[in-house]
Design a protein around this ligand. Structure first.
Ligand code: IMP
Length: 434
């Protein structure tokens, strides 16, 4: 399950809905820049690192090798969940190959953003990019190292010292004393030790036994480090390829790809966004859709559904079905434009350009659909939707070439339409199990 746009598509609700059909739920990339909102009993949680299956009995949750983990954030998340009555023990495994975010990574993230001024990326300042940098330049520290105090000190001291010097020298920022960081992280390592294991080997074993695995993508295809709107992206591979490398599973073990997309579009942080609304209508949708970041609280930028983005996602990720969320947010609009193509300097341009400065100059070609002007909350089947809502959804299917198999018409689990199941048959079972 991946994000089909720029993240924040409502993946938490969808994974929460379908996770009873799976034996295992795994996160494969990103870190605590993500915020997946799920429901447990009557409470809502914003999960950052822990997979959304954690609130379900009998589901094993895997934090894969492709993640970057701030151990303090992971422990805090565990404590918060436990305090609310969620059991965390043998139902969670964390990869020994996942990388550790150090405080200096986060400080570097923030310092660089500040230095970039108005040209910044708008990161979450969690240290995600700098930690993936350490991973790629082979100075990174992994969970397997963190849980062994001597080895951790041996590896982390030079990295902390180096990054501390860079912070001081280039950014005029002081990092906390190295020994204090080492001590805090050693303690975290001891607390996390029982969860840390070779999750790729474990998954290989479970998949061979016929167990069903749900790979829970974070962010979205347009934030992918290779295929997104570089450099205004996150630093990991958000698509199904990321699930293969970020979990250490074989490509052929992926049987179905579900993309979650909003019925309109949002994005947080900087970067091109062709269908963005800068007017009062955008404010209305933002308010009605509660479009404020789960992690940072930042207002999200809002725009119309972009079929070029959706087609790109379909090509990159081989999407079998779309879970379309927040259709109800459009309930009171007279007209709903959809971007069906782009123009660049008067010429049709139907692919996302490689260069962000070119993408900024792209104009959306809009087709306008009539609104339905009535509440669709509580519609249990597609046929119950007003005709114009049905027409809108069918138009998106035609424009993207992908069937809309799940339709979300409100925040609650029951405000969901499963459309004839179709390709989901055989994948989703026992959906009533809560
Ligand atoms: P980073 O992942 O913190 O480095 O941020 C890089 C870009 O990805 C910024 O534009 C962030 O706003 C965006 N981003 C990161 N995580 C999320 C997410 O979970 N939802 C939406 N945008 C995100």
């Amino acid at each position: 399950m991946i994000g089909g746009q720029w993240g924040d598509e409502g993946k938490g609700k969808i994974v929460d809905l379908i996770s009873p059909s799976f034996d295992l739920v795994a996160r494969y990339q990103g870190g605590h820049n993500a915020g997946h909102t799920v429901r447990f009993q009557d409470k809502h949680f914003a999960l950052r690192l822990i997979p959304s299956g954690i609130c379900r009995q009998g589901v094993m949750n895997i934090v894969g090798n492709g993640l970057v983990i701030d151990p303090r954030a992971l422990l805090y998340e565990m404590e918060t969940l436990r305090a609310a009555g969620v059991e965390i023990g043998d139902n969670l495994k964390v990869s020994d190959r996942a990388h550790v975010i150090l405080p200096t990574h986060a400080l570097l993230d923030g310092a660089r953003e500040k230095a970039l001024g108005s040209a910044n990326i708008g990161t979450t300042s969690r240290g995600i990019g700098p930690t993936y940098e350490s991973k790629a330049n082979r100075t990174g520290i992994r969970l397997a190292d963190l849980v062994d105090a001597d080895r951790f000190v041996e590896l982390a001291r030079p990295l902390l010292t180096h990054q501390g010097a860079v912070l001081r020298h280039f950014y005029g920022t002081d990092a906390p004393p190295v020994d204090a960081i080492l001590q805090e992280y050693i303690e975290c390592g001891q607390k996390l030790r029982r969860f840390v294991t070779d999750t790729s080997a474990y998954l290989g074993h479970e998949l061979a036994r016929g167990k069903k695995l749900l790979c829970e993508g974070a962010q979205g295809v347009m934030l992918d480090v290779d295929h997104g709107t570089y450099p205004f992206v996150t630093s990991s591979s958000c698509g199904p390829g990321g699930a293969v490398t970020g979990l250490g599973i074989a490509p052929r073990s992926i049987g179905l790809v579900l993309a979650v997309s909003k019925a309109y579009t949002t994005r947080v942080g900087s970067g091109p966004f062709p269908t963005e609304l800068h007017d009062e209508l955008g404010d209305r949708i933002r308010k009605r859709g509660n479009e404020f970041g789960t992690v940072t609280g930042r207002p999200r930028r809002v725009g119309w559904f972009d079929a070029v983005v959706a087609r790109t996602a379909a090509r990159l990720a081989g999407i079998d079905g779309i879970a379309l969320t927040k259709l109800d947010v459009l309930d009171d609009l007279d007209e709903i434009p959809v971007c069906v193509g782009y123009e660049l300097e008067g010429q049709p341009a139907n692919e996302v350009p490689a260069r962000a400065d070119h993408y900024e100059r792209v104009r959306p070609v809009l087709e306008v659909f009539p609104g339905w002007k009535t509440s669709i909350e509580g519609a249990a089947t597609f046929d119950e939707l007003p005709e114009n809502a049905q027409r809108y959804v069918s138009a998106l299917e035609k424009l993207t070439g992908v069937p809309v198999v799940i339709l979300s018409t409100g925040a609650k689990r029951e405000q969901t339409i499963l459309r004839g199941r179709g390709i989901l048959d055989g994948w989703l079972r026992d959906l009533d199990r809560t």
